[in-house]
Design a protein around this ligand. Sequence first.
Ligand code: ZN
Ligand code: ZN
Length: 306
Amino acid sequence: METSLKNRVFNYIPPAMIAAVLLFWAYGPEELLANPWTMIIISPLIVVVILLLEQINERHAGWRMNRQEFVADLYYNVLGATLIAWLVKAMAEDPLLSIKASLGITTQWAAALPWLAQVMLVVTVHEFGQYWMHRLMHNWTPFWLTHAPHHHITQLNGSKGWVGNPIELFLISLSVIALFDLKDTAIFAAYSVTGVISTFAHANVRADPPIWYSFFFTTIRNHSLHHSTDYESTRCNYGNSLILLDRIFGTYREGEGILVGQDDRRRLSIWEQTVFPFQPLIDRYKARRASAGRAGDDQNGPAATA
Ligand SMILES: [Zn+2]
Ligand SMILES: [Zn+2]
């Protein structure tokens, strides 16, 4: 099948966007790089740009954004950037920094690395943690219950990366990067790069980057297979941005999914996603109450009619 010029151009947009964010953090205006608002704006900007690309070159009509999806996605993206980010800082990064300071740990060798090597270090360390956390979530029920809501989404688009149970969003954001002495711009560049890759990995954009990209980085092809409807097909391609880790650890699987969701593909509401990990406990409690009620009826019933 002949690839149209439009599709060929789109195939190069993901690597071009990675190059653009790297160039910005490496050579951008000093006052922008030092401004704490820059990173806060860049993360949602990446999502907005990719959502606009979905309007120009859609992958599947069934994944098209609608009002209901937009409202839910917006809620989760704001939750991720505010409450979850704050919890991760307060409950993980700050304690790590105090432990580092009290033990007198320094990683001056990391600060001495070339800038691009610092970026690659952050991407690798962060992705390594995410890979194993994600793999654990698919292999141990208590963790799966937190991750399953992300798999119940019934369509993919650029704002779906943050859709999931809040406990999962917290767990998947944990990282030991705070232990390393690194340039802020290198850390921001790394998170911008993984932001571009993982947003495209959920996006409804007809862009299939060349093999020199997809060998290392997760694409929508590999990640849509991970979102397939049958549980077994989800147990591959765990890399959030670095699919290379799946190739190394033997969990890589070639293929693409179109129909996404779990079980009967019923779409969960925000409330159902939030209480999902506790649903087995809630069900057990309700069943116990119902059987206690029936036992009470059995005891009272005959007496009342006697
Ligand atoms: Zn998963
Ligand atoms: Zn996903």
